[in-house]
Design a binder for this molecule. Structure first.
Ligand SMILES: NC(=O)c1ccc[n+]([C@@H]2O[C@H](COP(=O)([O-])OP(=O)(O)OC[C@H]3O[C@@H](n4cnc5c(N)ncnc54)[C@H](OP(=O)(O)O)[C@@H]3O)[C@@H](O)[C@H]2O)c1
Length: 294
């Protein structure tokens, strides 16, 4: 079914969302604070609205993709928009926090609008492709009724629960994992540079090591989920095995005057587990030492 859809915000991501909707044949209206950034979409068939209110009035589904929830509030939270969205569906695809999504869901429910909150797990070039992933939380009824629109945005758009904060919560969890890898890479680069190892060699050896790390990540999640913290026959590595090698890294970084602020945070987690007598347990036992009770 072809729909009337509005996209508020046509930065890098919002433009990609609008292009995917146009490609799928949806009647698409766009608005952007800096109107020049919306104009190229007119050549693809979009209607460029001169104001947020006109953009909201033009469609039954309002997709929002601006920089953050403060920007969404700046453009949406006024009396005129609040009455214009009554009976419509707002799909917030701006990145935010779980509590921000919950608060927005309540706010728009009070104003008679349906609300879905999505986390885009992709760069703009993935939008509209089979590999485009967006996690969506909120009313499954609203999601199911508009599944074809979501499919146009990406082949891997998933409804992950009724509770509005879930998409942003899972987004933050996956970003934590990603930044662990990216900041880890920065440390690896610093070590190689200090020790005069060519970065091409780092890249080559990482290709060989990556499957091992992927296995460790999967095992850590699986064992934590099962609460299997004690070392057993299936343990891949204990805390003590990691801790020994980790001390070598700390020593090398100190000797080479590489910033240790991040890795000393890792050391603090090791120390808490060791103080609790868990040195010889599975590495997954460390997951008990990050929560507020740690
Ligand atoms: N790019 C990615 O790879 C990616 C991936 C996943 C999620 N996201 C999320 O998608 C969202 C947009 O990212 P982007 O890459 O498209 O960023 P971007 O290119 O910098 O675009 C930001 C957009 O927000 C608008 N904006 C900012 N402050 C505003 C305000 N106070 N009032 C009205 N409009 C305002 C900008 O309008 P102007 O043009 O007028 O400045 C622009 O349309 C972010 O929440 C981001 O975290 C992006």
């Amino acid at each position: 079914m072809k729909r009337s859809i509005t996209v508020l915000g046509t930065g890098r991501m919002g433009s990609a969302l609008a292009r995917a909707l146009l490609h799928a044949g949806h009647r698409t209206t766009v608005w952007n604070r800096t109107i020049q950034k919306a104009e190229p979409l007119a050549a693809l068939g979009a209607t460029v609205a001169p104001s947020v209110l006109e953009a909201v009035n033009a469609a039954e589904i309002i997709i929002v993709n601006v920089s953050d929830y403060q920007a969404t509030a700046a453009i949406m939270r006024n009396d005129a928009i609040a009455s214009a969205v009554r009976g419509k569906l707002i799909v917030e695809l701006t990145s935010g926090t779980p509590h921000g999504a919950r608060e927005a869901a309540e706010f728009w429910a009070e104003h008679g609008a349906s609300y879905l909150d999505g986390a885009i797990m992709a760069t703009p070039d993935f939008i509209g492709t089979d590999a485009g992933t967006i996690l969506v939380s909120g009313s499954s009824q609203a999601f199911d009724a508009n599944e074809d629109m979501f499919r146009a945005l990406g082949g891997n758009v998933q409804h992950i629960g009724e509770e509005s904060g879930r998409a942003n919560a899972l987004d933050s969890a996956l970003l934590a994992l990603m930044w662990g890898a990216l900041f880890g890479t920065l440390h690896a680069i610093a070590v190689c540079q200090a020790e005069e190892i060519d970065l091409g060699e780092l890249a080559q050896q990482w290709n060989a090591t990556a499957p091992v790390v992927e296995g460790l990540v999967a095992d850590l999640i699986k064992r934590t989920n099962a609460g299997r913290f004690a070392s057993d026959d299936e343990t891949l590595s204990s805390i003590s095995a990691h801790y020994g090698a980790f001390q070598h890294l700390l020593e090398l970084m100190e000797a080479r005057e590489i910033d240790r602020s991040v890795v000393l945070g890792y050391d603090a987690i090791f120390q808490r587990a060791i103080a609790a007598g868990q040195l010889h347990e599975d590495f997954a036992a460390l997951s008990q030492f990050l929560g507020k009770s740690a």
